[in-house]
Design a binder for this molecule. Structure first.
Ligand code: 13P
Length: 254
């Protein structure tokens, strides 16, 4: 019922030229793949070019962040309608790098989420605990706080349509992937909370994807878990063949 969704978060990598080359390599490899959603999140500068390059294909484009206002005197910021007009259909919100390095909070995540929903983009809301929080048995409490904060005032229908990315901070860029069992424990907890707070339909429809050192050689075991609906891939999404391998393997597990 939930199609697997594989998203590549390129972070601050790739010029426009490099991004278009990537799209041109990826397109023919995944052209005939049905039953999997593919999302690329280039830097802002390349959103339009990538969206043009993948037009009419089974690949969608996401922003990595945004500002919650539509427009205004906010030097350096980009709004949801601007992203949408550039060709994006998804928007990543609350990535741990934004939280840790750029002062993102649950309150700003919530503002951004509302802006994304108003602009008819699909949010990919990132949550996840640090190593210290995990070692102090705070993982589930941290996630509950992040979910409550992010989804304050959001309706069950809206929850149905969005994507939650569980990205344990200790697994990002470290090569230390969560075990399938660790991922499933958390994903099942997230879905149970969604059921409790937003109802069974929202919980069943909402995608909960995993991020943190996902590679072609670990995607299959992660995807076999019932509550893992896809992946948010960093480093391994920068190479078109490696990203295509992840997409193809994720599709094969359904
Ligand atoms: P890595 O796949 O490089 O660990 O990054 C994960 C991530 O932060 C995706 O948003």
């Amino acid at each position: 019922m939930r199609l697997p969704l594989i998203a590549g978060n390129w972070k601050m990598f790739k010029t426009v030229g490099e991004a278009v080359v990537f799209a041109k390599v990826l397109k023919p490899i995944v052209k005939d793949l049905q039953g999997v959603e593919i999302v690329l999140a280039p830097p802002f500068t390349a959103i339009h070019a990538v969206a043009e390059a993948v037009r009419h294909e089974n690949i969608f484009v996401a922003s990595q962040d945004l500002h919650w206002e539509k427009e205004g005197a906010f030097t350096g910021e980009i709004s949801a309608p601007m992203i949408k007009e550039a060709g994006a259909e998804f928007a990543i919100i609350g990535h741990s790098e934004r939280r840790q390095l750029f002062g993102e909070t649950d309150v700003t995540v919530n503002r951004k989420l509302r802006a994304v929903l108003t602009s008819a983009l699909t949010p990919i809301v990132c949550i996840g605990e640090t190593l210290d929080e995990r070692e102090h048995n705070q993982t589930l409490a941290v996630l509950d706080r992040q979910i409550q904060g992010a989804f304050d005032g959001v309706t069950a229908d809206e929850i149905s349509e969005l994507v939650i990315a569980y990205e344990p901070v200790w697994a990002i860029g470290t090569g230390r992937v969560a075990t399938p069992a660790q991922a499933e424990d958390v994903h099942a907890h997230i879905r149970a909370r969604l059921r409790q707070w937003f109802g069974a339909t929202a919980a069943e429809h909402c995608h909960v994807i995993y991020g943190g050192s996902v590679k072609p050689d670990n995607i299959i075991d992660l995807m076999r878990e019932p509550d893992v609906d896809g992946a948010l891939v960093g480093g391994a999404s920068l190479d078109a063949q490696s990203f295509a391998d992840i997409v193809t393997k994720a599709r094969a597990t359904v």
